[in-house]
Design a binder for this molecule. Structure first.
Ligand SMILES: Nc1nc2c(ncn2[C@@H]2O[C@H](COP(=O)(O)OP(=O)(O)O)[C@@H](O)[C@H]2O)c(=O)[nH]1
Ligand SMILES: [Mg+2]
Length: 360
């Protein structure tokens, strides 16, 4: 999964990036209006996998990963005349956004709009993304209509559904509503994936609070689908992310009343927002977590491992990770009758341990 960290200049994007990844990128860099991307890959912490590793002592342990991209350069007016190619690519390729919004006061760090106002700042970026999505819809509509005009009316039927959908999306966007709130069937969503609509992507709004913890809901409301708000103390958490000694971390957290590290919290909330979950494969060679959408079938889960496993899928041996930990071995899980054989319609559950039987 790839998450793009976005926000106005000086909102604390790079600070939050450092907090989430443990990196030490320079903050306070002057990048106004300049497109710049830094990425880092982090393991998704998973206590269940930790326990499976302790049980199997495998040669290799592989956690699920998240790639964070710190995307600098967004500001008012950026999508006038269309976002520049590389910038648009970077934004359209992420699975979701972490939208950093400034909630901290500081005389030293200038706010580009002179005052701390989370609602205004959110609407500036949302407004740019709305314009960009409108342009994308219009471009596609023009292309399809031109094609019908040139190649003749017989194409009309073929494109009828797409045109109807795009026109409804256009009206929705013109009413200044993000596509997150637009009802799409799974099939429609799939057909639109290639366009990389920005307002369709899930968004986790991070209110960067500064040194005082505040109630995020009193600072901002964001009544949209596929979105959530969380308050983080960016600067503090970036310092925390630099500590190696777990005892130091625990002491620091207690001192500042932090109950869950933001890097864990952001991942947890992102998984919920994206509707994704993990299943495991285990063995003496490797114990590994895999990421799949909630509702994925056994062959789809097999496909996350390798396309051959999906293509040649025969059946899956499935057990719950807790049953395995309780029983102590796979043989014992079988003895207890808690290992079940599943076919291609099985919906994989969070925390399943799966062995795929396949033939290609
Ligand atoms: N006082 C205070 N300053 C912060 C906080 N978060 C970031 N800053 C400062 O704000 C400036 C801009 O932060 P940066 O992460 O570079 O913002 P970006 O432009 O969005 O990447 C830097 O000087 C940071 O040290 C915070 O929570 N409190
Ligand atoms: Mg930055």
């Amino acid at each position: 999964m790839r998450l793009g960290i976005i926000g106005l200049p000086n909102s604390g994007k790079t600070t939050i990036f450092n907090a989430l990844t443990g990196q030490k990128l320079e903050t306070g860099a002057v990048t106004t209006g300049q497109f710049e991307v830094h990425t880092a890959v982090v393991n998704v912490p998973d206590a269940r996998l930790d326990q499976l590793i302790a049980l199997f002592q495998p040669k290799k342990a592989t956690y699920a990963t998240i790639t964070y991209a710190d995307i600098a350069g967004l500001d008012k007016g950026i999508s006038e005349g269309g976002l520049k190619g590389q910038f648009r690519n970077e934004l359209s390729q992420v699975d979701g956004f972490v939208h950093v919004v400034r909630a901290f006061e500081s005389d030293i760090v200038p706010h580009p709009y002179g005052s701390v106002d989370p609602a205004r700042d959110v609407s500036i970026i949302d407004g740019e993304f709305l314009l960009e999505d409108m342009a994308t819809v219009e471009k596609r509509l023009t292309k399809v209509r031109d094609e019908i005009r040139i190649k003749g009316k017989k194409l009309e039927a073929q494109y009828a559904d797409e045109i109807a959908l795009l026109e409804r999306m256009q009206a929705h966007l013109e009413a200044e509503k993000p596509l997150r709130d637009f009802e799409l069937t799974a099939e429609q969503e799939k057909s639109l994936r290639g366009f990389g609509f920005l307002t369709l992507k899930p968004v986790l709004i991070v209110l960067n609070m500064g040194d005082e913890a505040q109630d995020p809901d009193s600072l901002l409301t964001y009544p949209h689908q596929h979105s959530a708000i969380v308050g983080l103390q960016g600067k503090l958490e970036a310092e925390l992310a630099q500590l190696d000694d777990p005892d130091d971390v625990a002491m620091f957290m207690e001192e500042y009343g932090i109950t869950e590290l933001s890097r864990d919290k952001v991942i947890r909330l992102s998984y919920e927002l994206m509707g994704i979950q993990s299943f495991f494969t285990v063995g003496k060679d490797e114990c590994r977590a895999w990421t799949i959408p909630v509702g994925a079938t056994a062959p789809e889960a097999a496909g996350a491992i390798h396309s051959d496993l999906q293509r040649g899928f025969i059946r899956a041996e499935v057990m719950n990770y807790q049953d395995l930990l309780d029983a102590g071995s796979e043989a014992e899980v079988k003895n207890q009758g808690k290992m079940h054989l599943e076919g291609k319609d099985y919906i994989v559950q969070d925390g399943d341990i799966v062995h795929i039987k396949f033939n290609v």
